[in-house]
Design a protein around this ligand. Structure first.
Ligand SMILES: Nc1ncnc2c1ncn2[C@@H]1O[C@H](COP(=O)(O)OP(=O)(O)OP(=O)(O)O)[C@@H](O)[C@H]1O
Ligand SMILES: [Mg+2]
Length: 589
């Protein structure tokens, strides 16, 4: 029994008949469609064409229907005597009669016999052949559509299947992503605000949490994922937490910063003496680190030690030395004279002092004593990457109380640590980890101008470019893809595009999509909430998928203004808000 029950001998009478092939291009087919087939055809539907192999079919999306009209698309096409160009600039002939329908081919169905002699079918993304001119084309609907979607679902339902929702074309068919491929070469989850990104993240997390050795880190900027029961909650401490450090707090002691990050934090590149400040700071930090390692008698570390090594050092000693240099007087031939660096660090020292005392930066500079020990780095690596303990498979790091100017540096440090810890893990012991970067446009901007942003972008670019080899994956989530750094986004091989209304953002998604799927892209602004267009090697077919809502929802519910305003007796606590703003901590009483 053939895969589709279409009548190839008297195709025109078949209830699924669409038309016959009038022109063929490498990926596009134009059909001549009789009037009575038109009602079955609409843009976005799937169609199949037989190819000269037993029971083999090409599959494509209908992307244009022109009724009894000349097929001329572009405004400048008048010069073409016998045809026009489609929107890829490819020449298509003009029909003298009939209706023109264009189809973008996306894959093929082939019959195969397994080792037991059983006949099965397989869908592949490669176009094994092009259809013959005059070949018949059939629209996939009802039973035939179910058969095809069943094939997709079955093929997707593998050991590494990640069930995310259902196909819009056939709501009974479960849509799977290939979990291996989705994370292997980074993914982007894009959509306007309120389109369902955070919910989709939660759906994926929920699935991943069921795997015994999953390892995902969510960079949570708004505390949206703070209540997911299956996740380990880590929080970068606010000013309020410094005196009573609790276990869920993630301090990032200053000695984790590399030279460039320290410079971005303390040196104002606009100052005349910035160069000297940077040079002396690096020299003294390296000295401090060397001293620490010598005191610990870790001989095997000394030869490789640089200013960038993740080794504790006494910042107060570095500052004291720099303060001395700033006021140093040396003996000259004619009495005392000012030292080489005299007066060069005035503003630097004031800036450092301000940052060190600022409680908002407490998670860096006012960390518990234990975090300045040799083993503190081991504990931190475990805190960030371990997945063996209860609820440690998904780690949510809440950055909502980190001051905005320090945010890029802190996120950059986390990305850099994760990357290098994976990098230095012996290959046979390496275990893959994914970083979910929610609201990426905030800290990975397209043109990061300030030094902090530049540092963060450099760290994430490194992961985007090299992470695949060391088992570090990025999932870039953003409501403004046009504002996200291009290099990082262009490394994402899978795109989950939810509703996107802005033309600039749509253009970014267009660039990320490997195939010329114009018809699908045009759906971006009209997708429903929670509905996505998924393209990439994690799906067998570029598809429109309605995402499953997660069981445990993120705290991101859209506020119903009118309803809230309609409720009587509302009593917001202004004093509490004012106090919270002062203490930089969102307490509830
Ligand atoms: N798969 C879904 N099914 C049904 N409703 C959904 C789905 N996803 C999201 N929603 C609805 O849309 C609302 C907004 O979703 P979500 O918070 O995920 O948006 P977002 O894209 O993350 O927005 P933002 O960019 O502002 O963070 C949810 O509160 C929920 O009501
Ligand atoms: Mg969100």
């Amino acid at each position: 029994m053939p895969f589709f029950p279409f009548d190839l001998n008297s195709a025109a009478k078949d209830p699924y008949y669409a038309g016959f092939v009038a022109a063929v291009d490498t990926r596009k087919v134009m059909l001549d469609v009789p009037d009575d087939s038109l009602e079955r055809i609409s843009v976005g539907k799937l169609a199949v064409l037989p190819i000269p192999q037993p029971d083999a079919w090409l599959v494509g999306f209908i992307d244009r229907v022109v009724c009894k009209a000349q097929y001329v698309a572009g405004p400048s096409d008048d010069s073409e005597a016998v045809g026009g160009k489609d929107n890829q600039g490819q020449l298509m002939p003009m029909l003298t009669q009939g209706n023109a329908v264009t189809i973008t081919l996306v894959g093929a169905i082939q019959r195969q016999t397994n080792s037991g002699g059983k006949i099965g079918y397989r869908f592949t993304r490669s176009l094994i052949s092009v259809p013959d001119v005059h070949a018949s084309c059939f629209v996939l609907r009802e039973k035939a559509l179910e058969t095809f979607m069943g094939l997709l679902a079955k093929a997707g339902d593998t050991e590494h299947a990640l069930a995310v929702g259902h196909y819009t074309l056939d709501p009974t068919a479960t849509a799977y992503l290939d979990g291996d491929r989705f994370f292997q070469r980074h993914a982007a989850l894009l959509g306007s605000t309120g389109s369902g990104k955070s919910w989709t993240v939660a759906t994926i997390l929920e699935r991943a949490a069921r795997l015994p050795s999953a390892n995902l880190i969510v960079l949570d900027l708004h505390g949206e994922y703070g209540q997911l029961g299956y996740a380990r909650q880590l929080r970068v401490p606010g000013p309020d937490d410094l005196d009573s450090p609790a276990p869920g707090l993630l301090f990032l002691p200053y000695w984790l910063m590399n030279a460039e990050e320290l410079i971005a934090m303390f040196v104002d590149s606009g100052e005349f003496t910035a160069h000297n400040q940077a040079m002396v700071l690096q020299r003294e930090v390296e000295k401090g680190k060397r001293l620490f390692i010598e005191q610990q008698a870790k001989k095997d570390i000394l030869p490789a030690l640089t200013v960038d090594s993740p080794v504790p050092f006494a910042l107060e000693d570095v500052i004291a030395t720099i303060a001395e240099l700033n006021s140093e007087m040396t003996q000259g031939a004619r009495g005392l004279k000012q030292g080489d660096f005299h007066g060069q660090f005035g503003r630097f020292l004031a800036r450092v002092d301000r940052k060190l005392k600022d409680k908002r930066y407490g998670f860096l500079f006012q960390t518990p004593k234990a975090l300045h020990s040799y083993d503190a780095f081991h504990a931190l690596a475990r805190q960030l990457l371990d997945f063996a303990e209860d609820n440690a498979r998904i780690k949510v790091i809440d950055f909502s109380e980190v001051p905005t100017d320090a945010l890029p540096i802190m996120l950059g440090i986390v990305a850099r640590l994760v990357y290098y810890l994976q990098f230095w893990m012996p290959k046979e012991k390496r275990h893959p980890v994914a970083l979910i970067c929610d609201e990426a446009h905030i800290y990975l901007p397209r043109d990061g101008t300030n030094p902090n942003e530049k540092r963060a972008i450099a760290c994430f670019e490194k992961v985007a470019k090299e992470g695949r080899k060391y088992g570090v994956s990025l999932v870039i989530v953003s409501q403004r893809p046009s504002d996200v750094n291009d290099t990082i986004l262009s490394q994402c091989n899978n795109v989950v595009a939810l509703r996107l209304t802005n033309a600039a953002d749509q253009a970014v998604v267009n660039r990320l999509m490997p195939e010329s799927l114009t018809a699908l892209l045009e759906m971006l602004p009209i997708l429903d909430v929670g509905e996505a267009l998924v393209v990439g090697d994690a799906v067998l077919l570029p598809s429109r998928i309605r995402m499953n809502p997660p069981t445990e929802k993120p705290i991101s519910a859209t506020i119903d203004f009118w309803t809230e305003w309609s409720a009587p007796d509302k009593k917001p606590d202004w004093e509490l808000a004012a106090e919270n703003m002062r203490r930089q901590r969102r307490r509830s009483s």
